[in-house]
Design a binder for this molecule. Structure first.
Ligand code: NAP
Length: 249
């Protein structure tokens, strides 16, 4: 009986996904909404895509918030709590990337990358976790990257932000575990999204040749693992890399 109740509760869970208008975040929002989760899908610039996402599933509500700005994150969390009274799951997915020689990176570019990829997760987690601590229940999933694990030439600042995300994951797993809040990172390899539009077909083929499973990842590969992680009850503080065997540590 208890198991049946748990399963029913799972489908009533409220999930906040940042950066859900496109790519991986959009797929996560759709996958979870299709399973009955109530999803708040955050977007920033891609309003049309966000509106089309909302139309796809009645379990999806959209909210415009630039997660690099605390006031906008606070508004989004307030909206979610007023609508659903709780947040069970936070997925810090929003992110940007830029390829540049380390020696050419300006202070402005450093600030932009840190704000969008690292501060965003820090700030959103701080605003959401208060509700989770009060309720002694929660699940936080940070989308990092294999580059945070092994580093990347010409994407050093991006890699720094993702390594920072992984450090936050491990630290918060220890700090929030006693409050029954699990914190994990998902570290994708190369996934077919706008973020990799910069690669031409030959470059993609070269990358595929380095991957034991001989294909680049699909957004659904990440969404399936996120769904599993939400439903799991004993995994915390882990960096789970989904990369087709490209990076094996
Ligand atoms: P994408 O297709 O470029 O989509 C990025 C998403 O993040 C968009 O929905 C965008 O929203 C949102 N976003 C960016 N900055 C934001 C901000 N300040 N506030 C709110 N939303 C913001 O990228 P993706 O490939 O799906 O990447 C998603 C996450 O996976 C990122 O954290 C990325 O670093 C990570 N990742 C991706 C790969 C890959 O190969 N694709 C590999 C490893 C890790 P708007 O368009 O509405 O502004």
């Amino acid at each position: 009986m208890e198991q049946i109740n748990n399963r029913m509760n799972n489908t009533e869970k409220v999930v906040l996904v940042t950066g859900a208008s496109r790519g991986i975040g959009r797929e996560i929002a759709k996958t979870l909404a299709n399973k009955g989760y109530k999803v708040i899908a955050d977007y920033n610039k891609s309003e049309e895509q966000a509106k089309s996402l909302k139309q796809e599933n009645e379990n999806i509500e959209i909210f415009k918030a630039d997660v690099s700005k605390r006031e906008e994150v606070q508004e989004m969390v307030k909206f979610t709590l007023e609508k659903y009274k709780k947040i069970d799951v936070l997925i810090n997915n929003a992110g940007i990337s830029e390829s540049k020689l380390f020696t050419d990176v300006t202070d402005k570019e450093w600030d932009k990358m840190i704000k969008n990829n690292l501060y965003s997760a820090f700030c959103t987690t701080q605003e959401v976790v208060k509700n989770m601590i009060t309720r002694k229940e929660g699940c936080i999933i940070n989308v990092s990257s294999v580059w945070g694990m092994i580093g990347s030439s010409c994407e050093s600042i991006y890699s720094i932000t993702k390594a920072g995300i992984d450090g936050m994951t491990k630290s918060l797993a220890k700090e929030l575990g006693p409050s029954n809040i699990r914190v994990n990172s998902i570290a994708p390899g190369i996934i077919d999204t706008d973020m990799n539009k910069c690669y031409n077909n030959d470059e993609i083929d070269d990358i595929k040749n380095e991957i034991p499973l001989e294909r680049i990842g699909k957004t659904i590969d990440i969404a399936k693992c996120i769904k599993w992680l939400i439903e799991d009850e004993y995994t915390t503080g882990q960096i789970i890399s989904i990369n087709g065997g490209w990076v094996i540590t």
